[in-house]
Design a protein around this ligand. Structure first.
Ligand SMILES: Cc1ncc(COP(=O)(O)O)c(C=O)c1O
Length: 390
């Protein structure tokens, strides 16, 4: 049997254990401490590091949390989302973008994607906002755009709609650490931004996330809610419901070590994408997802995705997935849109057919930084063999 090729495995720098050891040596084995502070600072520096990067507000604060999902949950709380409110969310995403809306007993309103980036369609977004105001008499409380598979969304257009209707943006950049739109790093566009350090992401803390805040006050509030909403008092005094969402000093030690290889991971995933483009070029009906060519979009290519037009290719997405699986290669259909998920079947949806079609014909290919060129060649060989047989 061929060795297993996984979609996206973690890769260590070798420095992680130093920081973990330091935490043990100094007895900072708690959900705060020097690793947490240093990891937050390193992330903040990374988000705004490049002098060429245009950034509206230099003031960025990063709060390290136990998961990206926790960051989304706290983000919605900070934006004042309450029971019976509506929150607009990109339909084409992972369920974690939408679940926290329901934690707060608010209603998700799903909006379809445009075809260039596969992210929320700004025109449809405006249509949805107008229609919700007409139907419910009030504005949606927040907008959650996602940079899916690392591809930046059309942020100028999205932010323009958000500004005109004065609705805050909670930017889900869980998959987009290192991606840029018009030379600005993803995660810094919204009123609040979300990062994830889950095992399969650009860097890992074994599990973790962060909320990127534009103001010191928002960062202070995020920290307050993430640490059980404890009021200033010698005893434990609570006026609000809090959460246990802070990142541990051990996980942050892994994160500190990972910052040494973040640049390499971004470069390698982009190389892998380019290799797929080159090797799959000319295959009938098989298209590799690419960033728009106008130079505004710079994806980290977290995962390389392909679409297969069955009539042209002579085989389907599922044929490819099963053939890869038979060769011991992991691949996965693109995210099933939220409006098709049984759990969200009653949520309002504004569609244009894009995400449904992509779900039918799209596949994520192995893209992790541990993969060699030979691994990618093996993946492509399996796909090309299908074409020979059809
Ligand atoms: C688009 C998106 N949003 C949110 C999350 C949630 O992040 P986490 O797994 O760190 O909770 C993920 C990944 O898991 C994701 O892919």
């Amino acid at each position: 049997m061929n060795s297993r090729i996984w979609m996206s495995l973690a890769r260590m720098s070798g420095r992680e254990q130093e920081f973990i050891q330091e935490a043990f040596d100094t007895n900072w084995v708690v959900p705060l401490g020097p690793n947490v502070n240093a990891f937050e600072k390193a992330l903040r520096d990374f988000l705004i590091e490049n002098e060429e990067l245009k950034i509206e507000s230099e003031e960025q604060h990063v709060v390290a949390l136990s998961a990206g999902t926790a960051a989304l949950h706290l983000g919605l709380i900070l934006l004042g989302v309450k029971a019976k409110d509506e929150v607009i969310c990109q339909s084409f995403t992972f369920a974690a973008s939408a679940n926290p809306i329901v934690y707060l007993e608010a209603t998700p309103v799903f909006v379809d994607s445009e075809r260039d980036t596969w992210n929320i369609d700004p025109e449809l977004l405006e249509k949805a906002i107008k229609d919700r105001i007409l139907k419910t008499g009030k504005k949606p409380k927040a907008i959650i755009p996602v940079h899916l598979y690392g591809m930046p969304g059309k942020m100028d257009e999205i932010l323009d709609v958000a500004r005109r209707y004065e609705i805050p943006v909670l930017e889900d950049a869980a998959e987009a650490l290192g991606s840029e739109y018009k030379k600005q790093r993803c995660g810094t566009f919204g009123t609040l931004g979300v990062l994830s350090f889950n095992g399969n992401k650009m860097i890992t803390t074994s599990g973790g996330g962060a909320l990127v805040c534009r103001t010191e006050e928002n960062a202070r509030q995020a920290l307050f809610y993430a640490t059980q909403a404890r009021e200033q008092a010698p005893h434990y005094e609570h006026e609000k419901i809090g959460y246990n969402y802070r990142m541990s000093n051990i996980c942050a030690g892994i994160g500190r070590g990972q910052m040494f290889v973040l640049g390499e991971h971004i470069a390698r995933r982009r190389c892998i994408h380019d290799l797929y483009v080159r090797l799959l070029k000319g295959m009938k009906g098989v298209h590799v997802m690419n960033q728009p060519v106008d130079g505004d979009f710079n994806s980290n290519y977290w995962l390389t995705c392909i679409t297969i037009e069955p009539e042209e290719a002579g085989f389907t997405r599922e044929n490819v997935r099963l053939a890869l699986d038979a060769d011991n290669i992991e691949s996965r259909p693109l995210w099933k849109p939220m409006h098709l998920q049984p759990v969200f079947k009653n949520a309002p949806f504004y569609g244009n057919g894009t995400s449904e079609r992509l779900f039918q014909i799209g596949l994520c290919l192995p893209s992790g930084p541990t993969l060699t060129d030979e691994d990618i060649e093996r993946v492509v060989r399996v796909i090309k063999n299908l074409a020979c047989k059809s």
